[in-house]
Ligand binder design. Sequence first.
Ligand SMILES: Nc1ncnc2c1ncn2[C@@H]1O[C@H](COP(=O)(O)OP(=O)(O)O)[C@@H](O)[C@H]1O
Ligand SMILES: [Mg+2]
Length: 349
Amino acid sequence: MLTQEKVLEILNPIQDPFLHRTLEETGGVEEVKIKEEKNHVSVKILIGKTNTAEQMELQQTIVNALKSGGAATVGLRFDQLSDDVVQKFQPAQESEDASLLSGNTKTKFISIASGKGGVGKSTVTVNLAVALTRLGKKVGIIDADIYGFSVPDMMGVEERPVVRGEKIIPVERFGVKVVSMGFFVEDNSPIIWRGPMLGKMLTSFFKEVEWGDLDYLLLDLPPGTGDVALDVHSMLPSSKEIIVTTPHPTAAFVAARAGQMAIKTEHEILGVVENMAYFESKETGNKEFIFGRGGGVKLADTLQTAVLGHVPLQQPYEEEEVFAPSVYQADHPIGVIYRNMAAKVIDKY
Ligand SMILES: Nc1ncnc2c1ncn2[C@@H]1O[C@H](COP(=O)(O)OP(=O)(O)O)[C@@H](O)[C@H]1O
Ligand SMILES: [Mg+2]
């Protein structure tokens, strides 16, 4: 037989689906009545928002919990918490998220750009994000390379984001929150974007995603200096940029255009990452500059900035338990290089 206390014990830890607080914290259990002869429990629950899919789910949770606790039948009514209480517990993100694009957020945007594809822009984005997280920062990634999205695959993300209320909850991997176009595409099929849709999609990545309070939000930009890249650049009010290049002088020349575009849209350049800088033989320790040499420094000079790091060619260690094809481990030589880069970024921004 359930007692009043036992019922409270069962209900109190359950979360209000909108306020993300326990019913105990919100004072959501308004009434508990027990009809002993029939072993019937009826409760009245106050929540942040009524008549929603979440309420249905909560209803199931509560009924099941009370029945497993010993109730034969359960009566359940919902009502809305008073506005005061809702205000008090309303997740602060609401207003914060809306202002992610307005410029008064404390989240710092870092856009990762390149002159062309295939130079490691996404690899740099992912590993810099993970390295910043390892240094204790709260980090998110928007995979804004809307045609060439690859971040989920690189990080080995298999789940899809869930939608709660009107918000998309980003997927978390290695402590980094990720949102990608790839999450919203079936079977890797190609997408055709028309101008206004693209803007809407990107805006919703900022506004409709529950990012929580982030220190850094990294954007994997589309490569090159085309319309899409330009749109993304202009949409962000205050982003700093990292330009990725290979060491080949021609690559650096092309990357300089991406840098110029950043400057035109008033985005300060944080630095240059020279990726695929060299190959180091495990046997001899000899460095071979397979893709040429000097591109990173040349680009940094052109853009009057610094080289944040030279990343050699090497794969992450293979691990059986953790699948993340492009994430370098903290103790991997390249993991260490990313750690140093992350420290420089924190220092500068
Ligand atoms: N330092 C590196 N060593 C070895 N492979 C790398 C390195 N950087 C990138 N790659 C690989 O090169 C390919 C292109 O990198 P990617 O990050 O997808 O480039 P982008 O985003 O610029 O198109 C990927 O297959 C990636 O795994
Ligand atoms: Mg990419």
